[in-house]
Design a protein around this ligand. Structure first.
Ligand code: HAM
Length: 420
Protein backbone atom coordinates (compact mmCIF):
# COMPACT_ATOMS: atom_id res chain seq x y z
CA UNK A 1 0.00 0.00 0.00
CA UNK A 2 1.38 3.36 -1.03
CA UNK A 3 0.25 6.40 0.89
CA UNK A 4 -0.11 9.83 -0.64
CA UNK A 5 -0.17 13.30 0.76
CA UNK A 6 -3.75 14.69 1.16
CA UNK A 7 -4.95 16.83 -1.76
CA UNK A 8 -4.36 20.53 -1.25
CA UNK A 9 -1.42 20.01 1.12
CA UNK A 10 2.32 19.93 0.51
CA UNK A 11 5.59 18.97 2.15
CA UNK A 12 8.21 21.61 2.80
CA UNK A 13 11.30 19.73 1.69
CA UNK A 14 14.74 20.43 3.16
CA UNK A 15 15.83 22.25 -0.03
CA UNK A 16 12.94 24.71 0.47
CA UNK A 17 13.18 25.14 4.23
CA UNK A 18 15.66 28.01 4.21
CA UNK A 19 13.25 30.13 2.13
CA UNK A 20 10.48 29.59 4.66
CA UNK A 21 12.82 30.34 7.53
CA UNK A 22 13.92 33.53 5.83
CA UNK A 23 10.40 34.97 5.36
CA UNK A 24 9.23 33.73 8.76
CA UNK A 25 12.13 35.30 10.63
CA UNK A 26 11.73 38.57 8.67
CA UNK A 27 8.10 38.68 9.84
CA UNK A 28 9.03 37.86 13.44
CA UNK A 29 11.70 40.56 13.51
CA UNK A 30 9.48 43.27 12.04
CA UNK A 31 6.51 42.37 14.26
CA UNK A 32 8.79 42.56 17.31
CA UNK A 33 10.10 45.96 16.16
CA UNK A 34 6.48 47.17 16.09
CA UNK A 35 5.97 45.89 19.66
CA UNK A 36 4.06 42.68 18.90
CA UNK A 37 4.35 39.55 21.04
CA UNK A 38 3.89 36.04 19.71
CA UNK A 39 0.80 34.02 20.59
CA UNK A 40 0.06 30.41 19.62
CA UNK A 41 -3.38 28.89 19.87
CA UNK A 42 -4.51 25.28 19.16
CA UNK A 43 -5.16 24.20 15.57
CA UNK A 44 -8.69 23.21 16.59
CA UNK A 45 -11.37 25.12 18.47
CA UNK A 46 -15.06 24.76 19.23
CA UNK A 47 -16.83 25.04 15.86
CA UNK A 48 -19.21 27.62 17.32
CA UNK A 49 -16.37 30.12 17.77
CA UNK A 50 -15.99 30.42 13.99
CA UNK A 51 -19.72 30.25 13.25
CA UNK A 52 -20.31 33.11 15.65
CA UNK A 53 -17.43 35.33 14.46
CA UNK A 54 -16.80 34.62 10.75
CA UNK A 55 -20.55 34.29 10.19
CA UNK A 56 -22.68 31.25 9.40
CA UNK A 57 -23.38 32.56 5.90
CA UNK A 58 -19.67 33.09 5.04
CA UNK A 59 -18.11 30.62 2.59
CA UNK A 60 -15.37 29.90 5.10
CA UNK A 61 -17.87 28.52 7.63
CA UNK A 62 -20.57 27.23 5.29
CA UNK A 63 -18.43 25.38 2.75
CA UNK A 64 -14.81 25.30 3.83
CA UNK A 65 -14.58 24.37 7.48
CA UNK A 66 -13.09 21.02 8.47
CA UNK A 67 -15.47 19.91 11.21
CA UNK A 68 -15.31 16.90 13.43
CA UNK A 69 -16.99 15.51 16.53
CA UNK A 70 -14.75 14.12 19.21
CA UNK A 71 -15.27 10.93 21.24
CA UNK A 72 -17.65 12.77 23.58
CA UNK A 73 -19.75 14.20 20.73
CA UNK A 74 -18.37 17.74 20.99
CA UNK A 75 -18.28 19.79 17.76
CA UNK A 76 -14.84 21.08 16.83
CA UNK A 77 -13.29 22.60 13.73
CA UNK A 78 -9.75 22.88 12.42
CA UNK A 79 -9.17 26.61 12.53
CA UNK A 80 -9.84 28.27 9.16
CA UNK A 81 -8.31 31.53 10.38
CA UNK A 82 -6.53 33.02 13.38
CA UNK A 83 -8.49 36.11 14.44
CA UNK A 84 -11.32 34.41 16.35
CA UNK A 85 -8.94 32.07 18.25
CA UNK A 86 -6.73 35.02 19.27
CA UNK A 87 -9.80 36.97 20.40
CA UNK A 88 -10.99 33.90 22.34
CA UNK A 89 -7.60 33.59 24.01
CA UNK A 90 -7.47 37.33 24.78
CA UNK A 91 -10.78 37.08 26.65
CA UNK A 92 -10.11 33.74 28.31
CA UNK A 93 -6.71 34.86 29.61
CA UNK A 94 -8.03 38.26 30.74
CA UNK A 95 -5.55 40.15 28.58
CA UNK A 96 -7.86 43.14 28.84
CA UNK A 97 -6.54 43.72 32.35
CA UNK A 98 -3.50 45.99 32.51
CA UNK A 99 -2.15 47.24 29.19
CA UNK A 100 -4.67 49.31 27.25
CA UNK A 101 -3.64 47.78 23.95
CA UNK A 102 -2.37 44.24 23.28
CA UNK A 103 -0.33 43.66 20.17
CA UNK A 104 -0.21 39.97 19.24
CA UNK A 105 1.24 38.13 16.28
CA UNK A 106 0.97 34.53 15.16
CA UNK A 107 2.38 32.13 12.61
CA UNK A 108 0.81 28.77 11.93
CA UNK A 109 -1.28 26.44 9.80
CA UNK A 110 -4.91 27.19 8.90
CA UNK A 111 -7.32 24.79 7.18
CA UNK A 112 -9.95 25.44 4.53
CA UNK A 113 -11.68 22.89 2.35
CA UNK A 114 -11.67 24.58 -1.04
CA UNK A 115 -10.82 23.51 -4.57
CA UNK A 116 -7.00 23.49 -4.58
CA UNK A 117 -5.18 25.54 -7.20
CA UNK A 118 -1.98 27.56 -7.49
CA UNK A 119 -1.81 29.63 -4.30
CA UNK A 120 -4.80 27.93 -2.69
CA UNK A 121 -4.33 25.02 -0.35
CA UNK A 122 -6.35 23.09 2.19
CA UNK A 123 -3.65 23.50 4.79
CA UNK A 124 -1.77 26.77 4.46
CA UNK A 125 0.52 28.80 6.67
CA UNK A 126 -0.59 32.22 7.81
CA UNK A 127 1.28 35.05 9.44
CA UNK A 128 -0.94 37.57 11.15
CA UNK A 129 -1.24 40.25 13.77
CA UNK A 130 -4.09 41.39 15.99
CA UNK A 131 -4.10 44.68 17.86
CA UNK A 132 -6.80 44.60 20.51
CA UNK A 133 -8.02 47.49 22.67
CA UNK A 134 -8.10 50.70 20.61
CA UNK A 135 -10.28 52.31 17.98
CA UNK A 136 -7.72 54.96 17.09
CA UNK A 137 -7.25 55.35 13.29
CA UNK A 138 -3.56 55.86 14.06
CA UNK A 139 -3.47 52.10 14.69
CA UNK A 140 -5.33 51.32 11.45
CA UNK A 141 -2.50 53.02 9.59
CA UNK A 142 0.19 51.46 11.77
CA UNK A 143 -1.18 47.94 11.22
CA UNK A 144 -1.35 48.50 7.45
CA UNK A 145 2.17 49.92 7.49
CA UNK A 146 3.55 46.80 9.17
CA UNK A 147 2.08 44.66 6.40
CA UNK A 148 3.24 47.04 3.69
CA UNK A 149 6.80 47.31 4.93
CA UNK A 150 7.02 43.58 5.53
CA UNK A 151 6.08 42.77 1.93
CA UNK A 152 7.98 45.60 0.27
CA UNK A 153 10.95 45.03 2.59
CA UNK A 154 11.26 41.47 1.26
CA UNK A 155 11.82 42.98 -2.16
CA UNK A 156 8.37 42.90 -3.78
CA UNK A 157 7.68 45.87 -6.04
CA UNK A 158 4.45 44.94 -7.84
CA UNK A 159 2.30 45.35 -4.73
CA UNK A 160 -1.10 46.97 -4.65
CA UNK A 161 -2.72 48.15 -1.43
CA UNK A 162 -6.46 48.71 -1.57
CA UNK A 163 -8.47 50.06 1.32
CA UNK A 164 -12.14 50.55 2.04
CA UNK A 165 -14.42 51.29 4.92
CA UNK A 166 -17.34 48.96 5.54
CA UNK A 167 -18.63 51.27 8.28
CA UNK A 168 -20.18 50.39 11.61
CA UNK A 169 -23.38 48.30 12.04
CA UNK A 170 -25.35 51.56 11.75
CA UNK A 171 -23.97 52.43 8.32
CA UNK A 172 -24.12 48.77 7.27
CA UNK A 173 -27.86 48.63 7.97
CA UNK A 174 -28.57 51.57 5.64
CA UNK A 175 -26.18 50.23 3.05
CA UNK A 176 -27.63 46.70 3.13
CA UNK A 177 -31.09 48.19 2.57
CA UNK A 178 -29.77 50.22 -0.39
CA UNK A 179 -28.13 47.10 -1.85
CA UNK A 180 -31.34 45.10 -1.53
CA UNK A 181 -33.22 47.88 -3.32
CA UNK A 182 -30.63 47.78 -6.09
CA UNK A 183 -30.47 43.98 -6.50
CA UNK A 184 -34.20 43.22 -6.03
CA UNK A 185 -35.14 43.75 -9.71
CA UNK A 186 -32.25 41.44 -10.74
CA UNK A 187 -33.00 38.60 -8.30
CA UNK A 188 -34.00 36.19 -11.08
CA UNK A 189 -30.61 36.55 -12.81
CA UNK A 190 -28.49 35.99 -9.70
CA UNK A 191 -26.82 32.66 -8.88
CA UNK A 192 -28.45 30.52 -6.13
CA UNK A 193 -25.73 31.52 -3.62
CA UNK A 194 -26.36 35.21 -4.29
CA UNK A 195 -30.10 34.78 -3.84
CA UNK A 196 -29.34 33.52 -0.33
CA UNK A 197 -26.82 36.31 0.21
CA UNK A 198 -29.50 38.81 -0.76
CA UNK A 199 -31.47 37.83 2.35
CA UNK A 200 -28.66 37.10 4.79
CA UNK A 201 -25.75 39.36 3.90
CA UNK A 202 -26.35 41.62 0.88
CA UNK A 203 -22.74 42.85 0.93
CA UNK A 204 -21.55 39.39 -0.08
CA UNK A 205 -23.27 40.01 -3.44
CA UNK A 206 -20.37 42.30 -4.30
CA UNK A 207 -17.89 39.50 -3.79
CA UNK A 208 -19.42 36.85 -6.09
CA UNK A 209 -17.16 35.42 -8.80
CA UNK A 210 -20.03 34.36 -11.13
CA UNK A 211 -19.94 36.45 -14.35
CA UNK A 212 -23.62 37.59 -14.44
CA UNK A 213 -23.57 38.45 -10.73
CA UNK A 214 -20.35 40.39 -11.21
CA UNK A 215 -21.80 42.35 -14.11
CA UNK A 216 -24.96 43.23 -12.21
CA UNK A 217 -22.91 44.21 -9.15
CA UNK A 218 -21.01 46.77 -11.18
CA UNK A 219 -23.78 49.35 -10.90
CA UNK A 220 -24.44 48.73 -7.18
CA UNK A 221 -24.29 51.65 -4.75
CA UNK A 222 -21.00 52.25 -2.94
CA UNK A 223 -20.56 51.65 0.78
CA UNK A 224 -18.63 54.90 1.02
CA UNK A 225 -21.80 56.89 0.26
CA UNK A 226 -23.46 55.33 3.29
CA UNK A 227 -20.87 56.04 5.98
CA UNK A 228 -22.07 58.06 8.96
CA UNK A 229 -20.00 60.99 10.16
CA UNK A 230 -17.78 59.20 12.73
CA UNK A 231 -17.02 56.37 10.27
CA UNK A 232 -16.27 58.81 7.46
CA UNK A 233 -13.85 60.69 9.74
CA UNK A 234 -12.19 57.47 10.89
CA UNK A 235 -11.59 56.49 7.28
CA UNK A 236 -10.23 59.91 6.39
CA UNK A 237 -7.88 59.95 9.40
CA UNK A 238 -6.60 56.51 8.44
CA UNK A 239 -5.86 57.70 4.91
CA UNK A 240 -4.15 60.80 6.25
CA UNK A 241 -1.78 58.70 8.38
CA UNK A 242 -1.00 56.45 5.40
CA UNK A 243 -0.19 59.53 3.32
CA UNK A 244 2.11 60.84 6.07
CA UNK A 245 4.07 57.58 5.80
CA UNK A 246 4.17 57.75 2.01
CA UNK A 247 2.41 54.40 1.62
CA UNK A 248 0.67 54.26 -1.78
CA UNK A 249 -2.93 53.02 -1.69
CA UNK A 250 -6.12 53.12 -3.71
CA UNK A 251 -9.65 53.19 -2.36
CA UNK A 252 -11.70 50.26 -3.57
CA UNK A 253 -15.29 50.31 -2.28
CA UNK A 254 -15.68 46.70 -3.54
CA UNK A 255 -13.45 45.26 -0.83
CA UNK A 256 -15.90 43.55 1.48
CA UNK A 257 -13.68 40.66 2.73
CA UNK A 258 -14.86 37.09 3.03
CA UNK A 259 -15.46 37.06 6.78
CA UNK A 260 -18.37 38.74 8.54
CA UNK A 261 -16.68 40.39 11.48
CA UNK A 262 -15.28 43.49 9.76
CA UNK A 263 -16.24 47.06 10.70
CA UNK A 264 -14.73 50.32 9.35
CA UNK A 265 -11.33 49.86 7.71
CA UNK A 266 -10.91 46.82 5.43
CA UNK A 267 -7.81 46.33 3.29
CA UNK A 268 -6.04 43.93 0.98
CA UNK A 269 -2.61 43.75 -0.55
CA UNK A 270 -2.45 41.97 -3.87
CA UNK A 271 0.38 41.12 -6.19
CA UNK A 272 0.08 41.56 -9.94
CA UNK A 273 1.01 38.41 -11.79
CA UNK A 274 -0.25 35.77 -9.38
CA UNK A 275 -3.37 34.92 -11.37
CA UNK A 276 -6.67 34.27 -9.62
CA UNK A 277 -5.23 33.90 -6.11
CA UNK A 278 -3.43 37.23 -6.10
CA UNK A 279 -4.42 38.40 -2.62
CA UNK A 280 -1.23 38.27 -0.58
CA UNK A 281 -2.82 39.42 2.65
CA UNK A 282 -5.90 41.10 4.00
CA UNK A 283 -7.42 42.40 7.15
CA UNK A 284 -9.33 45.15 8.83
CA UNK A 285 -11.10 46.32 11.94
CA UNK A 286 -13.43 44.07 13.84
CA UNK A 287 -14.81 46.25 16.60
CA UNK A 288 -17.79 43.97 17.32
CA UNK A 289 -16.13 40.56 17.37
CA UNK A 290 -15.00 40.40 21.01
CA UNK A 291 -18.45 41.29 22.25
CA UNK A 292 -19.99 38.79 19.86
CA UNK A 293 -18.01 35.95 21.41
CA UNK A 294 -18.85 36.88 24.98
CA UNK A 295 -16.48 39.73 25.87
CA UNK A 296 -16.93 43.42 26.45
CA UNK A 297 -17.18 45.91 23.62
CA UNK A 298 -13.45 46.00 22.77
CA UNK A 299 -12.26 47.42 19.42
CA UNK A 300 -9.58 45.62 17.43
CA UNK A 301 -7.82 45.47 14.08
CA UNK A 302 -5.46 43.03 12.34
CA UNK A 303 -4.43 41.25 9.17
CA UNK A 304 -3.22 37.88 7.94
CA UNK A 305 -1.37 36.67 4.88
CA UNK A 306 -0.40 33.32 3.43
CA UNK A 307 3.28 32.42 3.17
CA UNK A 308 2.63 30.22 0.09
CA UNK A 309 1.44 33.10 -2.07
CA UNK A 310 4.19 35.27 -0.72
CA UNK A 311 6.78 32.72 -1.86
CA UNK A 312 5.10 32.52 -5.28
CA UNK A 313 5.28 36.30 -5.59
CA UNK A 314 8.93 36.37 -4.52
CA UNK A 315 9.68 33.70 -7.10
CA UNK A 316 7.77 35.59 -9.79
CA UNK A 317 9.75 38.74 -9.02
CA UNK A 318 12.98 36.73 -8.86
CA UNK A 319 13.88 37.93 -5.38
CA UNK A 320 16.85 35.84 -4.22
CA UNK A 321 16.21 34.06 -0.94
CA UNK A 322 19.66 32.54 -0.52
CA UNK A 323 20.75 28.94 -0.76
CA UNK A 324 20.17 26.00 1.51
CA UNK A 325 22.88 26.18 4.18
CA UNK A 326 26.03 24.17 3.43
CA UNK A 327 28.42 22.78 6.07
CA UNK A 328 31.31 25.01 7.06
CA UNK A 329 33.54 22.03 7.51
CA UNK A 330 33.82 18.49 6.19
CA UNK A 331 36.22 16.26 8.04
CA UNK A 332 38.41 14.01 5.87
CA UNK A 333 40.48 11.29 7.52
CA UNK A 334 43.42 9.26 6.39
CA UNK A 335 44.11 6.00 8.22
CA UNK A 336 42.52 4.17 11.15
CA UNK A 337 44.12 6.22 13.90
CA UNK A 338 42.60 9.41 12.50
CA UNK A 339 39.11 7.86 12.56
CA UNK A 340 39.43 7.48 16.33
CA UNK A 341 39.69 11.23 16.58
CA UNK A 342 36.70 12.13 14.46
CA UNK A 343 33.71 11.90 16.80
CA UNK A 344 35.25 13.58 19.85
CA UNK A 345 36.70 16.25 17.59
CA UNK A 346 33.41 16.81 15.73
CA UNK A 347 31.58 17.10 19.04
CA UNK A 348 33.83 19.90 20.18
CA UNK A 349 33.47 21.76 16.88
CA UNK A 350 29.70 21.35 16.73
CA UNK A 351 29.24 22.44 20.33
CA UNK A 352 31.28 25.52 19.47
CA UNK A 353 28.68 26.27 16.78
CA UNK A 354 30.57 25.07 13.69
CA UNK A 355 28.42 23.14 11.24
CA UNK A 356 30.67 20.15 10.65
CA UNK A 357 30.16 16.83 8.89
CA UNK A 358 31.92 13.55 8.25
CA UNK A 359 31.07 10.55 6.10
CA UNK A 360 32.13 7.34 7.89
CA UNK A 361 31.01 5.21 4.92
CA UNK A 362 33.73 6.58 2.65
CA UNK A 363 37.27 5.32 3.11
CA UNK A 364 39.47 6.76 0.39
CA UNK A 365 40.75 10.30 0.52
CA UNK A 366 39.31 10.98 -2.93
CA UNK A 367 35.84 9.68 -2.09
CA UNK A 368 35.74 11.79 1.07
CA UNK A 369 36.77 14.95 -0.78
CA UNK A 370 34.13 14.24 -3.39
CA UNK A 371 31.52 13.93 -0.63
CA UNK A 372 32.68 17.28 0.81
CA UNK A 373 32.24 18.85 -2.62
CA UNK A 374 28.83 17.25 -3.04
CA UNK A 375 27.70 18.82 0.23
CA UNK A 376 29.10 22.20 -0.91
CA UNK A 377 31.27 22.39 2.22
CA UNK A 378 33.44 25.52 2.58
CA UNK A 379 36.41 23.77 4.09
CA UNK A 380 37.83 20.30 4.35
CA UNK A 381 39.58 19.48 7.60
CA UNK A 382 42.18 16.86 6.88
CA UNK A 383 43.28 14.60 9.71
CA UNK A 384 45.96 12.16 8.53
CA UNK A 385 48.55 9.99 10.19
CA UNK A 386 51.39 12.45 9.58
CA UNK A 387 49.27 15.27 10.97
CA UNK A 388 48.33 13.27 14.04
CA UNK A 389 51.97 12.47 14.73
CA UNK A 390 52.66 16.22 14.54
CA UNK A 391 49.48 16.98 16.59
CA UNK A 392 48.17 19.09 13.73
CA UNK A 393 45.34 19.28 11.17
CA UNK A 394 45.10 20.77 7.68
CA UNK A 395 42.35 23.23 6.83
CA UNK A 396 41.69 23.38 3.11
CA UNK A 397 39.53 26.08 1.52
CA UNK A 398 37.60 24.06 -1.05
CA UNK A 399 36.88 27.03 -3.33
CA UNK A 400 40.42 28.40 -3.62
CA UNK A 401 42.29 25.17 -2.89
CA UNK A 402 44.50 27.00 -0.37
CA UNK A 403 45.47 25.03 2.69
CA UNK A 404 47.13 25.69 5.98
CA UNK A 405 48.25 23.66 8.98
CA UNK A 406 46.86 24.31 12.46
CA UNK A 407 47.53 22.72 15.84
CA UNK A 408 45.11 19.93 16.81
CA UNK A 409 44.55 21.69 20.14
CA UNK A 410 43.56 24.20 21.35
CA UNK A 411 40.56 24.28 19.07
CA UNK A 412 40.14 28.05 19.38
CA UNK A 413 42.93 28.72 16.83
CA UNK A 414 41.25 26.50 14.25
CA UNK A 415 37.79 27.90 14.94
CA UNK A 416 39.07 31.41 14.46
CA UNK A 417 40.55 30.42 11.09
CA UNK A 418 37.28 28.79 9.97
CA UNK A 419 35.30 31.89 10.91
CA UNK A 420 37.69 34.27 9.23
P1 HAM B 1 -8.40 36.02 4.79
O1 HAM B 1 -8.51 37.08 3.76
O2 HAM B 1 -9.45 34.97 4.80
O3 HAM B 1 -8.35 36.76 6.19
O4 HAM B 1 -7.00 35.31 4.66
C1 HAM B 1 -5.82 36.07 4.70
C2 HAM B 1 -4.80 35.55 3.71
O5 HAM B 1 -4.57 34.16 3.93
C3 HAM B 1 -5.19 35.65 2.23
O6 HAM B 1 -4.94 36.94 1.74
C4 HAM B 1 -4.25 34.62 1.63
O7 HAM B 1 -2.96 35.16 1.45
C5 HAM B 1 -4.19 33.56 2.70
N1 HAM B 1 -5.12 32.45 2.39
C6 HAM B 1 -6.43 32.37 2.67
N2 HAM B 1 -6.95 31.19 2.24
C7 HAM B 1 -5.92 30.50 1.68
C8 HAM B 1 -5.78 29.22 1.06
N3 HAM B 1 -6.80 28.38 0.96
N4 HAM B 1 -4.55 28.85 0.60
C9 HAM B 1 -3.49 29.69 0.72
N5 HAM B 1 -3.56 30.91 1.29
C10 HAM B 1 -4.75 31.32 1.77
C11 HAM B 1 -8.23 36.14 7.40
O8 HAM B 1 -7.92 35.00 7.55
C12 HAM B 1 -8.40 37.09 8.56
N6 HAM B 1 -8.28 36.30 9.81
C13 HAM B 1 -7.40 38.21 8.52
C14 HAM B 1 -7.52 39.15 9.66
C15 HAM B 1 -6.74 39.21 10.76
N7 HAM B 1 -8.44 40.09 9.80
C16 HAM B 1 -8.27 40.72 10.94
N8 HAM B 1 -7.26 40.18 11.55
Amino acid sequence: MKYQIPRGTYDILPEQSHKWQRIISAFRELAAAYGYEEISTPVFEQAGLFERSSGESSDVVKKEMYRFTDQKGREFALRPEGTAPVARSYLENRMDIGAAVRKLYYIGPMFRYDRPQAGRYRQFQQYGIELIGSDNPYYDAEVISLLWFYLSGLGLAKLRLEINSVGCPNCARDYDAALQDYFRPHLGQLCPDCRQRFELKPRRLLDCKVKTCREIAQGAPSQLDYLDEPCRKHFQDTQHQLELMGIPFTINPRIVRGLDYYTNTAFEVSYEGLGAQNSLAGGGRYNGLLEQIGGKNIPAIGFAGGFERLLLALEEEKVPLGNAPAPELFVVTLGEAAREYVLPYLNKLRLAGIQAEYDPDKNSFKAQLKAADGRRARHALIIGETELAARSVILKDLASGEQQTYPLEPLSVLIEAIRR
